[in-house]
Structure formats: structure tokens, C-alpha cells
Design a protein around this ligand. Structure first.
Ligand code: MTE
Length: 378
């Protein structure tokens, strides 16, 4: 299998964008200008978050979809790419090429991918010290239309044994990123191997040629640059479900060999399409945002400005479970400093809390935050 060094990839973008193109993150292939992205403090080598104020439309365009990599983006040649299926949970091993995947029934789904550490920076403002990891604000989420094939159709080519417990999808990046997934979720109707994103072949940074999309779960489950899937008749453990992407710390139980509770479904949360702090002109303003809740659909979004009462925001369409809903309200902005609080409620009655418990890895922060608004006079 051929993997081209990153330098060769960025060169083609440099040619396209000339000197005007200043990548925010040279470990990535797509341009990441600071007008569309910001780099989280403490981020590893290849992380950029979406500037939510630059969202347009329901889907997150590829050019502004956040990227969370544990290493540099690898470039994989489609023709030499293979997906290996193996393990004692399969009736026989199998090797598939790109054409073999394309021959399976195609499925398209609109789904969110959200980093478990989204909004991690707020642990510092609440608890006075940082939780480990990239200090994301709220832009480590995006929603795209993912097209590909069902993972269960792929695994069926090798025959899944009834005794199978976990699968281990493994990436072809230099860290060989791999996070186990329970077999039930692997075989779910809406667990995909995606080959396309928003109607385009999967971009390199988002997992070309093939990545998992695990609906409603933390982004870390959606393994990019798939190269191998083990199916096992025992529980599987890697660094990424034992000591990262777990709820660990004094308030959380240990689940040996994990240091805490491995994260699965993402909680209910809302974000505003505003810079932090937001700078607005006085007058009638439409304030917009998005709300989402793991595998569920959002039922209501409420907002409060300063110490005012909670009011209902208007919800847009579509409102897709495991994706998001757009919300908006009209605000008569008066000069001065204000705060905006927003809370989402999902179809199961889960409400965004006012506070969350501390956890050492800073995952699943979904408390209501006070978004600073600075309104200038005319
Ligand atoms: N897959 C591989 N192979 N390597 C990675 O570093 N990062 C994971 C996941 N899949 C990762 C990966 C994490 S932590 C997240 S949040 C999502 O990819 C981010 O997906 P995106 O970069 O397409 O937004």
C-alpha cells in the first residue's frame, strides 16, 4: 500500500493558493486559514476547530469542518489500498479493495462527528485548572452527509460469529489509531464505512479512502483511514478506550483495565454561531446556533440574555437525530457588554446542565456557558 509523505500533498495546495495561503496547521492537507479555523491551545500536531461564526447552511462545508488527528494526515493511494478483516470473531479472514466496497449497497446519512473533548477549555474556567488535552472551545463538531456502505454488510463478507464481542477498527496513520467498538454498535443500521463526504470523495484529512461513521458516539469511534478491522470474541482494549476518551477522576468509577468509564454516546449540547467574545452592532440581530444530542433529536432550545428569563428559540428544519438542528432568535442588541446562555433539551427530556462533574481527560463538557457579547453603539 502506498502512503505519500505529507510534504508532497501540501505542495499541491501551495500551488493552488500561492503565497496568500498560510496554513494554520501544516500537518493537514486541506487549507486551514485562520478566517475559517482556530487552533486550540495545547492541541496536538494536527487539530483545528471550526469558527462557528463562519457556518453556512445545514451541513458543515468541508472547507470549514474541524479536524482532530493524533498525527499527520497520511495520503493513501486508492488503488493499492486494502481493508483487512480478521480475528476469531469472523468465520474466515477477508481482504477487500476499494472496488469491492463500492460493489456493496450504498447508503447516505447525515450525521455529526463531535470530539469527546469539545468545549474542554471550559473545565479551566469552571474548576481553575486545565483538563488534559486540546483546549477546544465549541468548534470540535461538524455535520456532513456521509455516503458509503454499512459496516455490517462489509463484515458479513467474512461472516460474523454469534460469539463476537468487540471489533477493533485500525487506522493507517503513523500512530495506528484504533479504538474498540462493541459488536452491537458495529452491526447497527447506521454504522457506516464512509467513502464520501458532502458528495465528494472523502478528503484526506477526513479519512480517505474509507472511514467509520459511528452515529451519535464520540468522534474518536469514527476511525479514519481504515486499514484493518479485527473482530474478537473477547472485550478489546487499546490506549484510546483505557486511558483516553474515558470519564476518569475522583467522581468516576474505574473500569479495569480502563482508568474510568469509556465514553460512548455524546450528551445534549448547544453552540452559538458567534465568535468568542462576539462583537455585534446595536440593533435588531438574528442570533443563530446549532443543538445536538448523541443518537437523539433535539426537541427544544431555550436562551436567556443577561439575567433575563429563559425564552424559546425557533428551531429550523431539518432536525435530524444524531446530526443537529439549527436554532435562532431575534435580539434587540443594546450597546454594552452582555451574556448569552443557551440550553438544549432532547426528545428524551435530557437537558443541558448548569454544571458538570470534573473529569481528568476533560471529556463530555456540555454545561450551559455564558457567551460574552460586546455590542457597539452606532
Ligand atoms: N482516526 C484515525 N485513524 N486517527 C485519528 O487521529 N481521530 C479521531 C477520529 N478518527 C482519529 C481518527 C477523533 S479523536 C475524532 S474527534 C475524529 O476522528 C475527528 O474526525 P474529523 O477529523 O474528520 O473531524
Amino acid at each position: 500500500m502506498t502512503i505519500t509523505p505529507r510534504a508532497a500533498l501540501t505542495r499541491s495546495y501551495e500551488l493552488r493558493y500561492g503565497e496568500a495561503f498560510m496554513p494554520l496547521c501544516p500537518e493537514l492537507v486541506k487549507p486551514t486559514p485562520d478566517t475559517l479555523f482556530s487552533a486550540p491551545e495545547n492541541g496536538e500536531r494536527a487539530n483545528v476547530e471550526t469558527r462557528l461564526s463562519r457556518l453556512v447552511g445545514y451541513l458543515t462545508p468541508i472547507d470549514r469542518f474541524y479536524v482532530r488527528n493524533h498525527g499527520a494526515t497520511p495520503r493513501i493511494e486508492r488503488d493499492s489500498w486494502r481493508l483487512e478483516l480478521e480475528g476469531d470473531g469472523l468465520k474466515q479472514p477477508a481482504t477487500l479493495d476499494y472496488d469491492a466496497l463500492c460493489a456493496l449497497p450504498r447508503v447516505s446519512l447525515v450525521r455529526a462527528v463531535e470530539c469527546a473533548g469539545n468545549a474542554r477549555s471550559f473545565f479551566k474556567s469552571r474548576f481553575g485548572h486545565q483538563a488534559g488535552g486540546a483546549q477546544w472551545r465549541t468548534g470540535a463538531i461538524g455535520v456532513a452527509e456521509w455516503s458509503g456502505v454499512r459496516l455490517r454488510d462489509v463484515l458479513a463478507l467474512a461472516g460474523v460469529r454469534d460469539a463476537a464481542v468487540d471489533i477493533l477498527p485500525e487506522g493507517l496513520d503513523d500512530v495506528r489509531y484504533a479504538r474498540p467498538l462493541p459488536i452491537d454498535k458495529a452491526l447497527a443500521d447506521d454504522t457506516l464505512i464512509a467513502l464520501a463526504m458532502n458528495g465528494e470523495p472523502l478528503p484526506s484529512d477526513h479519512g480517505f479512502p474509507a472511514r467509520l461513521i459511528v452515529s451519535g458516539w464520540l468522534g474518536a469511534a469514527s476511525v479514519k483511514w481504515l486499514g484493518r478491522i479485527e473482530v474478537a470474541c473477547r472485550a478489546l482494549h487499546t490506549h484510546w478506550n483505557k486511558t483516553e476518551y474515558t470519564l476518569a477522576g475522583p467522581s468516576w468509577p474505574e473500569r479495569p483495565p480502563a482508568d474510568g468509564v469509556p465514553v460512548s454516546v455524546m450528551p445534549v449540547m448547544s453552540v452559538a454561531e458567534l465568535d468568542w467574545p462576539a462583537h455585534l452592532a446595536a440593533g435588531r440581530r438574528v442570533i443563530r446556533g446549532r443543538a445536538f444530542s448523541g443518537e437523539a433529536r433535539v426537541a427544544r432550545v431555550q436562551y436567556a440574555v443577561d439575567h433575563g428569563p429563559w425564552r424559546e428559540a425557533e428551531l429550523g428544519t431539518p432536525n435530524i437525530a444524531a446530526a443537529w438542528v439549527c436554532w435562532s432568535f431575534i435580539w434587540n442588541a443594546t450597546p454594552g457588554n452582555h451574556t448569552l446562555r443557551v440550553r438544549a433539551v432532547d426528545e428524551h427530556g435530557q437537558v443541558q446542565p448548569d454544571e458538570v462533574e470534573w473529569n481528568d481527560h476533560g471529556v463530555l463538557f456540555n454545561a450551559v456557558v455564558a457567551h460574552p457579547l460586546r455590542v457597539a453603539g452606532y
